[in-house]
Ligand binder design. Structure first.
Ligand code: AMP
Length: 204
């Protein structure tokens, strides 16, 4: 079977991956998948739901095997439900791969066409965004400042090295600062040519 085609949304916590992912989900030919959303949708009393709460409430990542399994199951389920077509649509992956081990596990299955790296040198601006989000969404991993700080550390230690796993010419740095529309415009300059060169034309 042909691999899934994907664009990765990459960046530290609070850089707006979820916001941009939701906007990109409206673009024909793209299908947004956020692993954080998959975990949050689990029954909190299920074994995996309990594992998720245990790790995320401490700002830690869920173990790779559980994460990759949940992600791949969700792709199969979404395709079965007709939400996306494997050969036609491009996945926008928000929150996976988040470790080099996950990137290696996905290599045979997912063809990474481009990586949007949302950057922000001002960590305090991102901490502020996350605290605002915690108030609105009641997320356990954003509620406590020490957990937020741990998430940044985990990002630096475990997720940033993922960027070295891919060829540099596939990585596009985009400043996360500014309005969602402004950031989206910069992302679309990268995404539109990828859609064109993969001859994805949902109207055809
Ligand atoms: P997010 O909404 O992307 O910030 O994810 C919320 C939490 O879900 C993270 O802090 C992790 O505990 C867990 N999570 C999401 N994606 C992954 C992943 N790819 N690998 C491990 N844990 C993840």
């Amino acid at each position: 079977m042909s691999p899934y085609k994907a664009i990765l949304l990459f960046g530290a916590p609070g850089t707006g991956k979820g916001t941009q992912g939701a906007l990109l989900a409206q673009v024909p030919g793209l299908h947004h998948v956020a692993t954080g959303d998959l975990f949050r949708a689990l029954d909190k009393q299920s074994d995996l739901g309990k594992e998720f709460t245990n790790y995320s409430s401490r700002g830690e990542l869920v173990p790779d095997r559980l994460t990759v399994e949940l992600f791949l199951q969700s792709l199969v389920q979404r395709a079965l439900e007709g939400k996306f077509q494997r050969g036609r649509d491009i996945l926008v992956l928000d929150g996976i791969p988040r470790t080099v081990e996950q990137a290696v596990a996905l290599d045979p299955l997912v063809q990474v066409l481009g990586i949007i790296h949302l950057t922000c040198a001002d960590q305090e601006a991102m901490v502020h965004r996350m605290r605002q989000r915690a108030l609105k969404q009641g997320r356990p991993d954003d509620a406590d400042e020490s957990v937020i700080r741990r998430r940044f550390e985990v990002y630096r230690l475990e997720s940033q090295p993922v960027l070295h796993h891919y060829p540099t010419n596939r990585i596009h740095d985009v400043s996360a600062l500014g309005s969602p529309a402004g950031v989206l415009a910069k992302i679309m300059e990268i995404v539109a040519p990828i859609l064109d060169s993969n001859s994805v034309n949902p109207l055809a």
